[in-house]
Design a protein around this ligand. Structure first.
Ligand code: IPE
Ligand code: IPE
Ligand code: MG
Length: 244
């Protein structure tokens, strides 16, 4: 069977909006934070499944610019969970070859959390099996604005390539596949620029209940898509003409 070169079977870069923790907890009469804790377990598993299937970059949305508007105890619980996760998870992630990045605005974070993120990035900088971007205090609008501001500060012209190079995910190619769990059909200010041509997969599963079979359904859906990037199907399928 001929392989469609525009749709390699396995996405290089998978991005995930990990949504549904609160509803998962509510269904079980648990506090919302219990849902976030269980969501961390799902993330640990998704890292494993991604590496096993040959995904090279995994980018997850852990805390959005807008999530500060949640009740103060939930916000502080999420900050505490991140601090705990850093100390517990980083050594094991590093041993398995994961390089960590935490795209997002560090300025507003508690100092200990901000320092922990920077330390984890330094500790895993030599790894190259999987890049794991955990977007924390991240917003797609913030990202575009901070990139534009850096260009402006240097007095540089705004070009697509120039702006892309200043975005928080400049170290990786754009996502091939975006998965959103929790049943909502929206982007919620995630990677606005970088998702321009990503394939989208929406799952009704709540994030703590997202499992390997559902992950494989998302990968299978991706493998069946034809990515055209604005071309016609005929252009995609035609063997490339010899250059003149
Ligand atoms: C996603 O789960 C995690 C964060 C936004 C931090 P939610 O907490 O949004 O869960 P639901 O959408 O209320 O179920
Ligand atoms: C998106 O989920 C943010 C994260 C998963 C971190 P939200 O639960 O905040 O999104 P909305 O509010 O339903 O759009
Ligand atoms: Mg939500």
């Amino acid at each position: 069977m001929a392989t469609d070169v525009t749709s390699p079977a396995v996405p290089v870069h998978v991005a995930i909006v990990m949504d549904g923790n609160g509803r998962w907890a509510k269904q079980r009469f648990l506090p919302r934070l219990a849902g976030h804790r269980q969501g961390l377990e799902t993330l640990r598993a998704v890292v494993r499944w991604s590496m096993a299937r040959g995904v090279r970059v995994l980018t997850v949305f852990a805390f959005s610019s807008e999530n500060w508007k949640r009740p103060v105890d939930e916000v502080s619980g999420l900050m505490g969970l991140m601090a705990k996760a850093l100390s517990r998870e980083v050594p094991e992630l590093s041993r398995s070859g994961v390089r960590l990045h935490f795209p997002g605005d560090r300025a507003a974070l508690p100092a200990a959390v901000a320092q922990g993120l920077a330390q984890a990035e330094r500790d895993t900088a030599g790894n190259d099996r999987l890049v794991l971007n955990v977007c924390f205090n991240y917003g797609g609008r913030w990202d575009v604005v901070q990139a534009a501001a850096r260009l402006a500060q240097r007095g540089e012209a705004v070009t697509e390539a120039g702006l892309s190079a200043e975005l928080a995910l400049a170290h990786v190619p754009d996502p091939d596949l975006l998965i959103r769990t929790g049943g909502e059909l929206r982007i919620s200010n995630f990677l606005l620029w970088q998702l321009a041509y990503s394939e989208l997969f929406f799952s009704d599963r709540l994030w703590p209940a997202f499992d390997e079979a559902e992950f494989d359904r998302a990968l299978a859906a991706y493998a069946g898509r034809q990515r055209r990037f604005g071309l016609t199907p005929e252009q995609i399928q035609a063997p490339s003409a010899p250059a003149h």
